[in-house]
Every structure is written in structure tokens, then in C-alpha cells.
Design a protein around this ligand. Structure first.
Ligand code: G3P
Ligand code: CA
Length: 275
């Protein structure tokens, strides 16, 4: 029987498009973000790296090798670390061609020549395309090798007037990075990411209590998640957003266990289950 005062829990589950709709288009390019928006994801996830001249760009890896044609364009600059290239140099690269080669059935002409977006460009694009209906979920990636990353991120969020957006989320594996953000922008929701290794030998309940002074939630690797694990997090008022879930079978299991969101390369599949 329907109780009109009680929204189904499932309605609050967030669909987080991991690197954009990255199963269908080249990760961290504007077409992958656009597809996430068209699929009605709640969030576009953006990983951050920093260039030699201190610009934040949307990229998962610390090197340009996997997702661009850097080896062709700059063959003598191995190992092609982001931090050793200026933004101008990176803007010469093609961040889409690799996807067409790796996924011939999903290849699109439009992917060829896609540039690596700066964080500023990515934010402006999502805001404009989604008309404010899709929010950002931004990861400070490897902040230990990029001093000042948090301050630069905050300045860009400020200049795009989204620092006070209640839906904005920042995530990191780095507790130091999250604590730094908490001290500068306490209003922003922060997610502590966990690999299985990070929790090895720890009591999750104690760990969640410890981080609850700065964290809004946790982003565990999916194999960590059990009903008890979720309960421990919820008892500490932490939301649970596991990664990375790409099949409806796994999505359904996690939904039934009570997760609050899921990172997925296939946001259409999760949207199909919950909306
Ligand atoms: O940010 C959640 C999940 O994306 C962490 O893994 O390596 O894809 O950034 P990764
Ligand atoms: Ca990430």
C-alpha cells in the first residue's frame, strides 16, 4: 500500500556518471558528459589533474598516455606525465581517437579530435547543457603531487558560482585533501573514497565514526559493500556511494542493500531501474 507521506527510499539514490557516460563515449570529454546529461544522471563525475603551469584539467590518469595521442605528438617525452606538460601543449592532443579504436562498435566521428577539457570548461559545459539539473561530483586526484590543487579548485567553483550549490560534492582518497577542504569551505559535501586495502584490518564502524567530523559520506569500492557495512555508515550519518557498477544485476543488489548512490559508466542502466 502506498503511503503518500513516505517517499520510496529508492527515489533518493544518486546516479553518478563516472567520468561522464564513459561506457559510451571517451571519458572526460564533453560528448561523454553530454550523454550523461541526456541519460538523466544526477551527477557528472570529474577527476582532476594539474598541468605544469598550474591549470586544473579533467583527466583520470596522472599521465596522458592512455586517453590521448600524446605518444604520437610528443614521442620523446615519456612517461608523459600531466604535470610535465603545459595546458597549451595538452590542448593540442586528441582525447577521443583512442576510444574509437578501442570500441569500434561505439565509434563516432564526433569523438575524433575532442580536446582535454579544463575544469572550468567542464563546469561551464555541464551547467549550460543541463540547465542546472545535473550537479558536479569532483575528485581531487593525487593531491599530494599537486600542491595547491584544493585552492585552485575552490577558486574555479567560486568563479562559476557553484561553491554554495547544496548538491555539489567533492571526493578524494586523500583524507588530508578532504580535511583541507573542510577547513576552507566547510559547507561543501565531502566523500571519503576507500579501496579495500585502505580498510584492511580496520573496524569500519570505528573508521566511519572517526571520519564523520569532516565527511558527508563514503565512496567504497563495490566489493566492500554489505548490508552491515551500509548500516555502519548510516549509523554515523554517512551516505554510501560505491564504485563502479555497470550491470543492472549488481545495481539491483546494491539498491536492495540500501546504498544512496552509485558511480557508473552506464548511467542509463541505473536510471532505468530507479526513475
Ligand atoms: O571516484 C570514485 C571512483 O571513480 C574512484 O575510482 O579510479 O575511477 O577515480 P577512479
Ligand atoms: Ca574518480
Amino acid at each position: 500500500q502506498n503511503n503518500v507521506n513516505q517517499a520510496p527510499i529508492i527515489a533518493t539514490v544518486s546516479v553518478i556518471a563516472h567520468r561522464g557516460a564513459s561506457a559510451y563515449g571517451p571519458e572526460h570529454t564533453l560528448p561523454a558528459y553530454k550523454q550523461a546529461i541526456q541519460m538523466k544522471a544526477d551527477y557528472v563525475e570529474i577527476d582532476l589533474q594539474m598541468t605544469k603551469d598550474g591549470q586544473l584539467i579533467a583527466m583520470h590518469d596522472e599521465t596522458l598516455a592512455r586517453t590521448t595521442n600524446v605518444k604520437q605528438i610528443y614521442p620523446h617525452r615519456a612517461p608523459w606525465r600531466v604535470k610535465d606538460f603545459t595546458l597549451k601543449e595538452i590542448q593540442r592532443l586528441d582525447a577521443g581517437a583512442w576510444f574509437n579504436q578501442a570500441n569500434p562498435k561505439l565509434a563516432q566521428k564526433d569523438y575524433l579530435g575532442q580536446p582535454v577539457p579544463t575544469l572550468d570548461e567542464a563546469i561551464k559545459f555541464v551547467k549550460q547543457q543541463a540547465d542546472g539539473k545535473v550537479s558536479l561530483y569532483i575528485e581531487t586526484k593525487a593531491p599530494n603531487i599537486y600542491p595547491g590543487m584544493e585552492e585552485k579548485l575552490i577558486n574555479i567553483l567560486k568563479s562559476n558560482e557553484i561553491l554554495d550549490d547544496p548538491n555539489l560534492i567533492i571526493e578524494s582518497f586523500s583524507e588530508d585533501s578532504l580535511r583541507k577542504l573542510k577547513s576552507i569551505v566547510p559547507q561543501v559535501k565531502l566523500i571519503q573514497l576507500y579501496t579495500a586495502k585502505m580498510l584492511k584490518g580496520k573496524d569500519p564502524s570505528q573508521e566511519f565514526k572517526r571520519i564523520s567530523d569532516y565527511a558527508y559520506g563514503i565512496g567504497p569500492s563495490k566489493e566492500l559493500v554489505t548490508p552491515q557495512f551500509i548500516q555502519n555508515a548510516h549509523q554515523n550519518k554517512l551516505v554510501v556511494h560505491p564504485w563502479t557498477i555497470n550491470t543492472q544485476k549488481e545495481m539491483t543488489t546494491l539498491l536492495s542493500q540500501g546504498v544512496d548512490g552509485q558511480f557508473t559508466n552506464t548511467p542509463d542502466k541505473l536510471v532505468g531501474l530507479i526513475k
